[in-house]
Design a protein around this ligand. Structure first.
Ligand SMILES: Cc1ncc(COP(=O)(O)O)c(C=O)c1O
Length: 370
């Protein structure tokens, strides 16, 4: 299988661990193992006893049970735990897609969602989110994109990088369309539960029928990226079995300490969500203020969920701007070209506690580089 470079990962490999301020991260603020174990009185003691043998390849039953509580109709045995959401994308596409399949993918977006499908031999049609539609997808376009050999639709809501949250009506229409046409719906929900207004949260795709697969992870909304624990939830036994079978050739099973810690995290996820939403909402006020001061330089569609936005630089070239900013001010923004965007957008991360200090640096840079 031939995969091109993952642009965003190569970009982060260059900057992530040597730049003072990451103002473009997609994950929420992480925490130490000690802080996570504090959530439960006996957790630290139990963690010491975790057995370092192989674990159940589908995920520990206790973790499957905690994850299943995210969903309405999903049983613990409908959860297949992976090493990050990234592994689950890889496994899903390589076990379900064949050379010559056609797949419709919500773009711009997380590169794997299109690239792994291409790598598996699929013809990928972008289903484009456009800024002029406030990053909404056009359902008429979806109808036109479908072909006789279309196998699946891949969506991501809440969306990386725009923070767009699909409306309930559109979401239902996508599900109905997939069911009518007998298509699979792979729903990347790694930012679910980070809606700024909880009333706008969409039902998980896996709860809406056997055509659907929900993707989740501890990294984003819950801020536990270092655990590398992701999962899929589906009522579709064939998909589940195909994926479980291919996973025997990648990681076999997950890390036992990570599974234990993920179980604690998911059992206490409401506290993690609250903590991270508080950070995001505070950061949004800082960003609103920044953009209000620089209406001639930046524009954006304010996100409705998640830990990211996709603003646009109105003057100059975004790649040059990002290069110069990181060099002179130690503040990292991610140019939209990492998403094959050519309209001067950049990714702005909203989930880190030091965003106010990063924005101060950015303001200082702007004042010196008018
Ligand atoms: C939309 C989306 N899906 C999947 C992933 C993969 O998550 P992880 O790196 O935790 O495996 C990411 C990470 O950025 C993402 O943004």
């Amino acid at each position: 299988m031939n995969l091109p470079a993952f642009k965003l990962e190569r970009f982060f490999a260059k900057y992530e661990f040597n730049t003072e301020f990451l103002l473009c991260s997609s994950d929420c603020e992480a925490m130490s193992i000690a802080d996570l174990l504090e959530f439960e009185p006996d957790a630290a003691q139990k963690f010491q006893q975790v057995w370092l043998g192989y674990t159940e390849s589908q995920g520990s039953p206790a973790l499957q049970r905690e994850i299943s509580k995210l969903y309405e109709t999903i049983q613990p045995e409908d959860i297949l735990v992976h090493t990050g959401a990234e592994e689950a994308i890889f496994i899903f596409m390589n076990s379900m897609f064949q050379n010559g399949d056609h797949v419709i993918v919500h773009l711009p977006g997380y590169q794997s969602l299109a690239e792994v499908a291409r790598g598996a031999g699929c013809d990928v049609s972008p289903w484009l989110a456009r800024e002029e539609n406030n990053w909404a997808l056009d359902l008429d376009e979806l109808r036109h994109l479908a072909r006789s050999n279309t196998k699946a639709i891949v969506i991501n809501t809440p969306h990386n990088p725009t923070g767009y949250l699909m409306s309930r009506a559109d979401y239902e229409a996508v599900h109905n369309f997939a069911q009518e046409k007998n298509l699979l719906l792979f729903s990347d929900e790694v930012y679910r539960e980070s809606e700024y207004d909880a009333a706008e949260r969409l039902p998980a795709a896996c709860d809406l029928g056997e055509h659907a697969i929900s993707l989740g992870v501890t990294s984003k909304t819950y801020g536990l990226a270092g655990l590398r624990i992701g999962w899929i939830a589906t009522k579709n036994k064939k998909i589940y079995d195909n994926m479980a079978s291919l996973k025997d050739y990648t990681t076999i099973c997950n890390s036992a300490p990570s599974e234990f810690l993920a179980e604690v995290g998911m059992r206490n996820r409401q506290k993690l969500v609250q903590r991270n939403l508080d950070i995001i909402k505070h950061n949004l006020m800082v960003i609103d203020n920044l953009f209000a001061h620089h209406t001639n330089l930046f524009s954006w569609v304010r996100p409705k969920a998640g830990s990211m936005g996709f603003p646009r630089l109105l003057k100059g070239n975004i790649e040059d701007f990002c290069d110069d900013l990181v060099l002179k001010a130690g503040v990292l923004l991610l140019p939209g070209s990492m998403y094959d965007d050519s309209h001067n957008h950049f990714r702005l991360g909203l989930g880190r506690k030091n965003l106010p200090q990063a924005v101060e640096r950015l303001e200082d840079y702007l004042s010196k580089n008018k």
